[in-house]
Design a protein around this ligand. Structure first.
Ligand SMILES: C[C@H](CCC[C@H](C)C(=O)SCCNC(=O)CCNC(=O)[C@H](O)C(C)(C)COP(=O)(O)OP(=O)(O)OC[C@H]1O[C@@H](n2cnc3c(N)ncnc32)[C@H](O)[C@@H]1OP(=O)(O)O)[C@H]1CC[C@H]2[C@@H]3[C@H](O)C[C@@H]4C[C@H](O)CC[C@]4(C)[C@H]3C[C@H](O)[C@]12C
Length: 383
């Protein structure tokens, strides 16, 4: 796989960093998640596919010394803590890049390594708010709405950080040098919103939030409930696709206001809603499938993997435990990701094998264990 041989140490954190590590693991990197000892483990990592777990107490000097040594043999370190934590542990970039000048030191935070909020706690919604993007999200006359924790945590956090790691790995192939990645989720999600910034003067956003073309104002870019309580998504933006939408709804274009007549959008939306409510989702699919009306079913997590299109592309995979999840994206033709099918690791499950791989002797490992700096956790026997 494309990232085979790349050694990554991911310090266990919440949501964004685990996604970054999982992306790298899916594309072949050997990702070791460095966990707190089990009694102090925080929220479980549900994005642990393809990772191994080393339980190491960084609050003990033997633990920080061990991590320093591990970083000497690693290509990438991903740290998910607020600014200053690693420095407090004596594991800041200056120290670890001294230990290994080729190390790519990825710092995935909400607010970045500097600035007024650098040491403040926060979550996706806070970062999304500070980026300006949240102010653009939400229906007319409603409060701004954060779409789960997808935009800052994952899109602007985990994915942007993974991109930064790959770019730094590519650069290192030329320079032979590592560097620090300051991955702020505020800036990551703001960066993803560049289109909104660049189109500010295009007329696309001239109305208040929730009354524009792409933010639930337009009747032809909206979702509609069907008679069986499901939904259809409509994205018929261009006139040639809009005409096919009108045809599929059984309406006559000549009897309707112009497509881009903003003032008529609310009444058109009501008309479309009353029509969509007359048929089931399956009936609307039989009308709109294989047309260019840009109308698709809103699939639930129960339906998505078995939908014909997604099934034909194997867009969703099942692991050895029968858990369904999306396959890695994008698909590379010659070196595609091969996601692990194994169950997620227990905390400390691979402590010994990892330390041996990174050059620790059995005696050194025994000493770390007696110093309570590490933990072994063998998988529970299947009873
Ligand atoms: C599912 C929920 C999460 C959803 C995602 C959510 C919406 C997010 O946005 S996640 C993104 C959060 N932000 C970032 O990641 C940005 C960078 N990080 C930070 O800003 C901070 O880490 C922080 C704000 C996220 C957390 O701050 P905290 O003070 O806790 O930590 P830090 O300051 O970073 O310091 C880390 C300290 O840990 C020490 N450390 C680290 N590694 C080790 C080690 N190996 N050994 C020893 N010590 C270690 C380090 O030294 C630091 O120590 P100091 O502080 O002394 O310096 C879930 C969100 C909350 C979950 C619920 C919650 O946890 C309570 C329950 C817990 C229970 O176990 C399970 C059920 C819960 C209800 C749980 C349920 C869900 O999982 C959550 C709701």
């Amino acid at each position: 796989m494309a990232l085979s041989g790349v050694r990554v140490l991911e310090l266990a954190g919440l949501a964004p960093a685990p996604l970054c590590g999982m992306i790298l693991a899916d594309f072949g990197a050997q990702v070791v998640r460095v966990d707190r000892l089990s009694q102090s483990a925080p929220a479980p990592d549900v994005q642990a596919r393809g990772k191994r777990s080393l339980a190491l107490d960084l609050k003990r000097p033997q633990g920080t010394a061990a991590l320093k040594r591990l970083c000497g043999g690693a290509d990438v370190l991903i740290e998910p803590f607020r600014h200053g934590v690693m420095e407090k542990l004596g594991l800041g970039p200056e120290v670890l890049l001294q230990e290994n000048p080729r190390l790519i030191y990825a710092r995935l935070t909400g607010f970045g390594q500097t600035g007024k909020y650098a040491k403040s706690a926060g979550h996706d919604i806070n970062y999304l708010a500070l980026s300006g993007v949240l102010s653009k999200l939400g229906r007319k006359n409603e409060n701004p709405y954060a779409p789960v924790n997808l935009l800052a945590d994952f899109a602007g956090g985990g994915v942007v950080c993974a991109m930064g790691v790959v770019i730094a790995l590519f650069e290192r192939a030329r320079s032979g040098k590592g560097q620090v990645i300051d991955a702020s989720m505020v800036e990551g999600v703001a960066y993803l919103s560049s289109f909104l910034w660049k189109s500010q003067n295009s007329g696309l956003w001239s109305q208040p939030r929730g009354e524009n073309l792409l933010d639930s104002g337009a009747p032809f870019y909206e979702t509609y409930r069907t008679s069986d309580g499901k939904f259809m998504a409509v994205g018929a933006l261009e006139p040639q696709f809009y005409n096919q939408l009108i045809k599929g709804l059984g309406l006559n274009l000549d009897e309707l206001p112009a497509q881009m007549s903003f003032s008529n959008w609310p009444e058109m939306k009501k008309k479309f809603a009353s029509i969509f409510a007359q048929k089931t989702q399956a009936e609307w699919c039989s009308i709109f499938d294989s047309t260019d009306a840009c109308v698709t079913p809103v699939l639930s997590f129960d339906d998505v993997a078995s939908h014909q299109h997604n099934k034909e592309r194997s867009s969703f995979i099942q692991n050895d435990q029968g858990e369904i999840s999306p396959r890695p994206a994008p698909v590379l033709s010659r070196t595609p990701a091969v996601p692990s099918c194994k169950r997620d690791p227990f905390i400390g499950e691979h402590t010994e094998e990892i330390l041996l791989e990174y050059g620790f002797t059995k005696q050194e490992i025994a000493k770390l264990y007696s110093d309570k700096a590490i933990e072994f956790k063998k998988p529970k026997a299947n009873l």
